[in-house]
Ligand binder design. Structure first.
Ligand code: NAG
Ligand code: NAG
Ligand code: NAG
Ligand code: NAG
Length: 460
């Protein structure tokens, strides 16, 4: 499938979607599948700590399974703790798999690292951007041979480079974003990091691969596998036994082309490739933008649940998909060996906050709403309900400030060609204000990720 810069969602596009689908058939599933959550004990949610195992687990009915991935056990309320639920994981012979939190990787020598309770609880996502020409960029675009044309802004002629030199400074946390590539590479030693999601997670994967590649002393001892469609990629630093993979899955649930060539978004099914992520040390998911596409840009022709075509409001479909994903995580991921992250929605800068011509971050002030809050609420609600501890990488706000960090007109067309002079003069049509230049903002997302990896999981 073509993977193109996203068009601005028309304002109220979710409503359009909702209104379109808000026909009677929604009732079909609503009654059976969606239960009120209000009765659940209000668990306080610290996004940075291990989410307490819920005593009163939500009880969705069994979902239809069609063998595209390891069948989940029946509904949790029908499962005894010994029947394959999360309590049943036996430690394997991995060092980290003993009871208790995995031991932290050695912290870099700088002061203020991960010591003390206060630090463990601080909010890395609350802070400000500071110029740091000494520390950033973490690598040179020219140094990274596999940087894609779509986001290689300097190579595409972007004249300014200030956007490469900003460091995120959390208000608390002792300025912990001072991590560099060498520390990141060390943290990746003997690990497999896997990103799953849309092209924004591929943007993040490219950043990660470039950070690690630039830090490897012997670059001949690295490998890149990149399939033609960019749906699966892997970067390996052999001397470190470190690998970072990317699986393209913009909805997380399965998008299937039917015999009659129509496309079905199967809300209760996950793509088989998800099975291949099992055993990873770190999993990083995202989804969002593709759910807001309407008209010709919408990727699916109809929605399915249980093998049947269903009509649903956009929010309801999104919620169903996230529940399917969450159940898979809860039944298949052993939290003592795999740390799971969910990256929050990456902001676009279109319409009111146009990215074109911008060369400095927004310092303060209001940012026009650009993504349906209802979808963000659905993501946060689903993550909160999961048994598996999920680190919610809440990068939305810090990224919203980076209006300067998109490729804008320094990108390529859908056909993969550099923009022509004429096209550059039509930024409203040709600008990419949703992906991010590299080096650039996704480097910060990755450094925040590593800041979590140096901390042990807080014990419950
Ligand atoms: C290499 O890394 C993998 C994780 O990706 C780990 O399972 C394996 O034990 C490591 N190999 C060695 C020799 O440490
Ligand atoms: C294509 O097939 C699916 C079921 O496989 C059906 O739901 C859908 O309505 C069909 N679409 C057309 C245009 O025939
Ligand atoms: C962008 O900047 C150029 C050069 O400063 C200016 O000529 C042009 O009008 C600006 N365009 C917009 C849309 O602000
Ligand atoms: C994520 O960040 C936004 C903006 O800073 C905040 O409003 C929201 O509550 C945060 N979400 C969570 C789950 O912490």
């Amino acid at each position: 499938m073509a993977d193109h810069p996203m068009k601005p969602p028309a304002s109220g596009s979710m409503c359009a979607l909702a209104c379109l689908f808000l026909l009677s058939a929604g009732i079909l599933l609503a009654a059976a599948v969606y239960r009120p959550f209000q009765s659940r004990a209000a668990a306080s949610w610290d996004p940075f700590s291990r989410v307490q195992q819920k005593e009163e687990a939500p009880a969705p009915p069994p979902l239809a399974r069609r063998g595209s991935y390891r069948a989940a056990p029946p509904a949790p309320d029908a499962v005894s703790p010994s029947a394959g639920g999360p309590a049943d994981w036996s430690p394997d012979d991995d060092d980290d798999a003993d009871a208790g939190p995995p031991s932290p990787a050695p912290a870099p020598s700088e002061e203020g690292w991960g010591d003390g309770d206060e630090d463990a609880q601080c909010d890395l996502f609350d802070g400000e951007w500071v110029e740091d020409a000494a520390g950033y960029p973490l690598y040179d675009a020219a140094e990274c041979p596999f940087l894609s044309d779509q986001v290689a802004c300097r190579r595409n002629g972007r004249p300014d480079s200030g956007y490469e030199r900003w460091r995120w400074q959390p208000r608390g946390c002792g300025g912990t974003t001072r991590l560099g590539g060498a520390e990141a590479l060390e943290l990746c030693r003997d690990k497999r990091l896997v990103l799953v999601g849309d092209s924004l997670n591929r943007n993040m994967w490219e950043s990660l691969a470039c950070i690690l590649y630039a830090a490897v002393p012997d670059r001949l001892r690295t490998r890149l596998i990149d399939d033609a469609g960019s749906e699966y990629m892997i970067f390996r630093a052999m001397d470190y036994n470190c690998s970072v993979e990317f699986f393209w899955s913009p909805f997380l649930v399965k998008l299937e082309t039917k015999d009659n060539k129509t496309k079905a978004l199967e809300l209760d099914q996950l793509p088989p490739m998800l099975q291949r992520t099992l055993g990873a040390d770190v999993l990083i998911f995202n989804t969002g933008h593709w759910w807001t596409h309407t008209g010709k840009l919408r990727a699916w022709d109809h929605l399915e649940w249980g093998g049947k075509t269903v009509q649903m409001a956009g929010e309801e479909a999104f919620d169903g998909a996230l529940r399917t994903w969450a159940r898979w995580i809860d039944y298949n991921i052993d939290p003592s060996r795999t740390r799971v992250f969910f990256r929050s929605v990456s902001p676009e800068h279109k319409s009111v906050n146009w990215c074109y011509n911008q060369t400095a971050p927004i310092s303060r002030g209001n940012i026009a709403p650009w993504f349906p809050q209802s979808l963000i609420d659905i993501i946060e609600k689903n993550i909160k309900r999961m048994k598996t501890p999920i680190v919610y990488m809440n990068i939305t706000r810090l990224s919203e400030l980076r209006i300067d960090a998109h490729p804008s007109i320094y990108t390529i067309t859908h056909e993969g060609k550099p923009l022509s002079k004429e096209q550059r003069q039509q930024p409203l049509t040709y600008s990419d204000c949703s992906h991010w230049c590299l080096p650039g903002l996704p480097d910060t997302w990755n450094m925040l990720l590593f800041n979590f990896l140096i901390r042990p999981l807080p014990s419950t």
